[in-house]
Design a protein around this ligand. Structure first.
Ligand SMILES: NC(=O)N[C@@H](CC(=O)O)C(=O)O
Ligand SMILES: [Zn+2]
Ligand SMILES: [Zn+2]
Length: 345
């Protein structure tokens, strides 16, 4: 029997939402993961330290009894963010990162940043105290094709911003292009990148071929095959720049299967089995632990989890097609391939 045991994985980019959805999805992540960076794009967003503290309590209350899962909180950067509040939330240990959404780029990003001059004092404070900035890296101007938004963002926003703020630690969230992987690799220790589970599996054909498939629609949108292959190479390389951020982003099925469907893939439930399959396909099972369990803590300056997770290879494992929340069903990401690695309880 083939088995691998990893230091318990963490998820460095996760949407847990609130209310009934939070109660439905929190156990899905807590089952396999030790910690997760919790995205703050609620309505209204999690902007202040006090809001993050209250949200953390709601998350803890939604966990199964006895769960050791630790939510790592983030603040949503707005043009009105108070640098002193950010610094206090960091100093108290509550907040592990600040999230930058260009206004209008993605789900619940309306309160995000348009004028980068307005957030300069906060970015400078963050560089000073070593608090990472997690970036949704897409431009939003209508003249840029949606498939080019990440590459253009790197050249016109991210690179200038990093040059203007020496010492700022940046995570390029959910990279989807070879340009993203190359830029992340070219940075020093102060630049990291998360890669999602689904972007290692799908290219844009999954969304568009044979009918429109809303459950494969997310932002940044999946790109051409050459980009998926570049992401696979980055993730399976063991390079400390790259770590897992599932971007598991639940939306109720009626809101996905809709004339204006929401962006997001819900991957929390089966992520570890999918990743083991992907890494095995690429002959890189020995690099899985670096990607899921070692590189992230290293970037964030946190200890690797003490506990472990074991995967066993055998007959294909099945996961539910949907999970139920009190508000309705949420479809689990279908990787369109058999999964042979089962997570041991
Ligand atoms: N990734 C997505 O497609 N959606 C995320 C937002 C985000 O991470 O951009 C969401 O909150 O639904
Ligand atoms: Zn995003
Ligand atoms: Zn996200």
């Amino acid at each position: 029997m083939e088995q691998i045991t990893l230091a318990r994985p963490d998820d460095w980019h996760l949407h847990l939402r609130d209310g009934a959805m939070l109660r439905a999805v929190a156990p899905e992540t807590a089952r396999h993961f030790g910690r997760a960076i919790i995205m703050p794009n609620l309505v209204p967003p999690v902007v202040t330290g006090a809001q993050a503290a209250a949200y953390r309590e709601r998350i803890l209350a939604a966990l199964p009894e006895g769960s050791a899962f630790e939510p790592l909180m983030t603040l949503y950067l707005t043009e009105d963010t108070d640098p002193a509040d950010v610094a206090a939330a960091h100093a108290s240990g509550l907040v592990k990162a600040v999230k930058l959404y260009p206004a209008g780029a993605t789900t619940n990003s309306a309160s995000g940043v348009t004028n980068f001059d307005k957030v300069r004092p906060t970015l400078e404070k963050m560089a000073e105290i070593g608090l990472p900035l997690c970036v949704h890296g897409e431009v939003v101007t209508s003249d840029v094709d949606i498939f080019d938004r990440e590459a253009v963002f790197i050249d016109t926003v991210l690179d200038p911003l990093r040059r203007a703020t020496p010492g700022l630690r940046v995570v390029m969230e959910h990279i989807t292009t070879s340009q993203g992987a190359d830029y992340a690799r070219s940075g020093g220790d102060d630049l990291g990148a998360t890669i999602t589970t689904h972007h290692l599996v799908i290219n844009r054909n999954a969304i568009l071929v044979g009918g429109i498939k809303p459950h494969y629609y997310c932002l940044p949108v999946a790109k051409r095959e050459e980009h998926r292959l570049a992401l696979r190479k980055a993730a399976t390389s063991g390079d400390a720049t790259f770590f897992l951020g599932t971007d598991s982003a639940p939306h109720l099925d009626p809101l996905k299967e809709n004339a204006c469907g929401c962006a997001g893939c819900f991957t929390a439930t089966n992520t570890m089995s999918v990743l083991a399959e992907v890494f095995e396909q690429d002959g890189a099972l020995d690099k899985l632990e670096a990607f899921t369990s070692l590189n992230g803590p290293r970037f964030y300056g946190l200890p690797v989890n003490d506990s472990t997770l074991t995967l066993t290879k055998g007959a294909p494992v099945t996961y539910p097609a949907k999970i139920d929340s009190a508000d309705g069903p949420v479809t689990v990401f279908d990787p369109m391939m058999p999964l042979h690695w089962r997570v041991e309880d």
